[in-house]
Write a protein that binds this ligand. Structure first.
Ligand SMILES: Cc1cc2nc3c(=O)[nH]c(=O)nc-3n(C[C@H](O)[C@H](O)[C@H](O)COP(=O)(O)O)c2cc1C
Length: 365
């Protein structure tokens, strides 16, 4: 029997997305572009879009993440411009108090008729958060303890008429938020550390892992599934975030990656990394989990686990990761969110069926 997966798109509500090169296509980080990508994703049959929340431009020539549209504000508008696709937005726990985000997301749930989700981010980049007054001066793991209490209280606001809560970090005394969401919003997390993964399993519905064919990714994914099973959460989903560098041929895709590499924004990447290094607490943990996607100190224009291939052979490469890591879903990151996404949606993902994977993308065309 074919394994059914969900497919999503990590939409660039932030300037230049996730290819950090002056030679990369330039996503403007505007609502207009996010809307165009989301409508295309829905047309192609994707199950969800996820939008990030970032608070600081990388100080380099590519100025990636320099212009952004707020992830939560965008979600309301995106939901009004679409009919079916799920829309998952992102919030940092130090930016919003639980009651505020519970109310905002409950409203988004009403606006979207139940299609909303929330990506919970603990935030460990000092330079993203400190300048705006969002830094909480906590250690890496403690921040996840806070996140656990934050989510516990939010879930109470969504499920109980009158909320009283006496948690280690947050309190409520007879709090009433009405109306409550008809369907509980999906909670997702993308923590890469052991503590992050535990938080995802304990408090959320979905864990995103940075995809890659390596043994560590596969082990991490299986571990998350094991933990969810032990916690009595058989419906918990583990999804792989995959950066795809596509081309008409394998050689063309590799040439595209080489072109990006020739313009890699070393200055911007070093600036992003320095934001983590300025973190006064728990840098050891961060250096392992947060800097890993940057490729250690050997900065690359794309994440080290990027999948490079032709529209034809990418189906097999993606399917192999899904099968080996037992993924329940994939989240695509691409350099060009119109042309590359269109080609992958019409030519590549429909072919996952050849490898025993059922995915809605392409089936609605
Ligand atoms: C798919 C995905 C989406 C993410 N979205 C955001 C985001 O919008 N904002 C942010 O500051 N961090 C984001 N992150 C970073 C993670 O929340 C997390 O901090 C990082 O993976 C390090 O894991 P750790 O906190 O367990 O050390 C994202 C990571 C992934 C893989």
């Amino acid at each position: 029997m074919a394994k059914e997966i969900q497919a999503g798109v990590f939409i660039p509500t932030v300037r230049s997305g996730w290819v950090h090169s002056t030679n990369a296509p330039h996503a403007p980080g505007s609502f207009k572009h996010a809307l165009e990508v989301t409508r295309l994703a829905e047309y192609l049959g994707f199950d969800f879009v996820l939008s990030p929340q970032n608070w600081r431009a990388a100080q380099g020539p590519h100025r990636f993440w320099g212009d952004t549209v707020d992830s939560i504000a965008a979600a309301g508008a995106l939901s009004q411009a679409t009919d079916r696709i799920n829309i998952w937005c992102t919030a940092h726990i130090s930016v919003h108090k639980p009651a505020a985000i519970a109310k905002i997301v409950a409203s988004l749930s009403e606006i979207s008729e139940g299609r909303i989700g929330l990506n919970v981010v603990t935030g460990g980049n000092y330079m993203q958060l400190y300048p705006l007054g969002f830094w909480d001066d906590m250690g890496h793991d403690e921040r996840y303890d806070v996140a656990q209490d934050w989510v516990t209280l939010i879930r109470k606001y969504w499920s109980e008429a009158v909320v009283t809560h006496d948690g280690p970090y947050f309190k409520a005394d007879g709090g009433i938020l009405s109306p409550r969401p008809a369907r509980r919003p999906t909670l997702v997390n993308a923590g890469a550390s052991p503590r992050g993964l535990k938080f995802a399993v304990d408090s959320c519905d979905v864990a995103f892992l940075m995809g890659g064919g390596d043994a560590k990714f596969i082990e991490q994914s299986k571990m998350a599934k094991r933990m969810a099973k032990e916690a009595g959460k058989p419906d918990f989903k583990v999804m792989g975030a995959m950066t795809i560098i596509p081309g008409e041929t394998q050689e063309a895709a590799q040439a595209l990656l080489d072109h990006f590499e020739a313009g890699v924004d070393l200055q911007g990447l070093a600036d992003l990394a320095s934001g983590y290094e300025k973190n006064t607490k728990g840098f050891e943990k961060l250096s392992a989990s947060s800097l890993a996607p940057l490729g250690g100190k050997d900065y690359k224009s794309v994440m080290p686990c990027a999948i490079v291939g032709s529209y034809d052979n990418l189906a097999e490469k993606i399917a192999r990761q899904v099968n080996e890591a037992e993924l329940d879903g994939i989240l695509l990151i691409v350099p060009d969110y119109i042309s590359h996404l269109g080609q992958l949606g019409t030519r590549t993902l429909p072919r996952l069926a050849e490898y025993g994977i059922k995915c809605k993308v392409g089936s609605t065309l």
